[in-house]
Design a protein around this ligand. Structure first.
Ligand SMILES: Nc1ncnc2c1ncn2[C@@H]1O[C@H](COP(=O)(O)OP(=O)(O)OP(=O)(O)O)[C@@H](O)[C@H]1O
Ligand SMILES: [Mg+2]
Length: 264
């Protein structure tokens, strides 16, 4: 499905922004533009012709059955894997062939589906490490632990944190590393106890709403996405099946069919 952020099938929008940040036609400029993105491994098409545009400050959720290609999409955007066809642009600059560290320097940050903290390091040491890596980057925030409401646990060992706090720490590391343009969050609620989910959702909501961070987040639970995501992108068998408001996606018969067809 073609999203309205794309200017042409294989082109990438690169219109000059007006002084207020809007493009000449009054639209909020795209932070991320993905066009015809495909990834084939050993003859299997994992991702096929994905078109997606995410505008400045937008929150787009990515849902889809297991194996739909959500993490693969993040791997291509962050540079962990190289696309076999198609284009990826950040702020109008083509980054399709750039290595991950260059994309990170441009302000793309990601978290992984499995929690990735170092058990024997303290919370504060994690943040210091991320700040060190990002020493010369712009957009580094000085108080990342405060932003994720983890300040009082700064001297705790990561091993002693709850799953929710580990996820918060990963977010703090993203902020400390200068990921100011695009946050790619791959199932940040995975493994988190249900009692901790509302607080974590609120932290993410604050980063998005109050700080205007642009977010692309994989999440399985629609109830989490209502009131959080501006739009929901549905992936199915490596393709983008639909992208629309959470309410319209929930009512979309094709989406229900994709889930029922795969889940049962
Ligand atoms: N490096 C790889 N080599 C070959 N196949 C892969 C590779 N990475 C992923 N795949 C396959 O691509 C498909 C999509 O995987 P992906 O991890 O992107 O799905 P997902 O939507 O994130 O699923 P989940 O909800 O389980 O996290 C799966 O069939 C997976 O086995
Ligand atoms: Mg995944």
């Amino acid at each position: 499905m073609m999203s309205d952020g794309l200017t042409s099938r294989d082109g990438l929008s690169s219109g000059a922004a007006a002084p207020d940040g809007r493009s000449p036609d009054g639209r909020v400029p795209d932070v991320l533009t993905v066009a015809g993105l495909s990834w084939t491994v050993g003859g299997s098409a994992i991702l096929s012709e994905v078109d997606l545009a995410v505008s400045e400050g937008e929150f787009v959720a990515v849902i889809g059955p297991n194996g739909a290609g959500k993490t693969s999409l993040f791997n291509l955007i962050s540079g962990l894997n190289r696309a076999t066809a198609g284009r990826i642009a950040l702020d109008g600059t083509d980054i399709t062939t750039e290595p991950p560290h260059k994309r990170a320097r441009r302000g793309i940050g990601r978290t992984f589906q499995s929690s990735s903290v170092f058990p024997t390091m303290t919370v504060a040491e994690h943040v210091a490490l991320a700040q060190q890596v990002a020493a010369k980057r712009r957009g580094v925030v000085s108080d990342p632990l405060e932003r994720v409401r983890l300040t009082e646990k700064s001297s705790a060992l990561a091993a002693d944190l709850s799953h929710g706090d580990k996820r918060k720490l990963e977010l703090a590391m993203l902020l400390a590393s200068g990921a100011e343009r695009l946050l790619l969050l791959d199932e940040p609620m995975a493994g988190v106890a249900s009692g901790e989910v509302p607080e974590l959702v609120d932290v993410i909501r604050t980063l998005h709403r109050d700080e205007g961070r642009t977010v692309l987040m994989v999440e399985h639970h629609m109830e989490v996405l209502l009131g959080l995501a501006d739009r929901v992108a549905v992936m199915h068998h490596g393709a983008l099946l639909a992208i629309d408001t959470p309410e319209r996606i929930m009512a979309d018969a094709r989406v229900q069919e994709a889930y029922v067809g795969d889940a049962l």
